[in-house]
Design a protein around this ligand. Structure first.
Ligand code: GRF
Length: 204
């Protein structure tokens, strides 16, 4: 049984999709050990409580990054977390944090990376005029929105879209993509060659 740790700062819809899939057995042999928010008013905390999951606030307000990260890492270790899923966690991790969990931190980003990293990726893509965008689940490394890609889903940009309708369709795909990526990593039958994640590799 693998312990998942979820880090979030807001609404928590990606977390909820993961939690539902765990509860339904669609993410096998895993449990959500802890949900940690750096914001006391994050909607995701309510979802966690409603689902009977351990929910913790470690406020980042006014704290230097390293100090906050030390508290976060201590809580994750205390809950014996095997895999960390950033799900709308709106804070950069320090290199030290990343080094504590090599290849064990995932993030979801609402664009087809490496296009449109950073904030408001859906709006960036819409304003740029791309015809196809989507979402990316990737490993977290020491650079923003940069680690090896695990799953991507494409979403067409329609003539009738505005940035809100586009973001909503991307979000639907995010909810599918994240659980798919978690399953790939937990099954362990993958290797990273250069930057490429190659699946169906027999481990051992
Ligand atoms: C999502 O768009 C995700 O891609 C980005 O932050 C947003 C979080 O939404 N990293 P939610 O809190 O999961 O609903």
């Amino acid at each position: 049984m693998k312990n998942l740790g979820i880090l979030l700062s807001g609404r928590g819809s990606n977390f909820e999709a993961i939690a539902r899939n765990v509860a339904a057995g669609k993410i096998a042999d895993a449990r959500i050990a802890v949900v940690i928010s750096n914001k006391p008013d994050a909607g995701g905390l309510e979802i966690a409580k409603r689902m009977g999951l351990e929910a913790v606030v470690i406020s980042s307000k006014g704290k230097p990054r390293e100090e906050h990260d030390r508290e976060m890492v201590a809580a994750l270790q205390q809950h014996k977390v095997d895999l960390i899923c950033l799900a709308g966690y709106m804070r950069l991790l320090s290199p030290w944090f990343v080094q504590q969990f090599p290849r064990r931190i995932l993030n979801i980003h609402p664009s087809l990376l490496p296009a449109f990293p950073g904030l408001e990726a859906q709006e960036q893509a819409f304003a740029y005029g791309v015809k196809v965008t989507g979402c990316t689940v990737h490993f977290v490394d020491e650079e923003l929105d940069h680690g090896a890609i695990i799953v991507q889903k494409t979403v067409p940009v329609l003539d009738t879209d505005d940035e809100h309708t586009l973001a909503a369709r991307i979000l639907e795909q995010e909810h599918v993509a994240y659980s798919e990526a978690i399953n790939i990593i937990l099954q362990g039958k993958c290797a990273i060659v250069g930057r490429r994640l190659v699946t169906n590799v027999t481990s051992g």
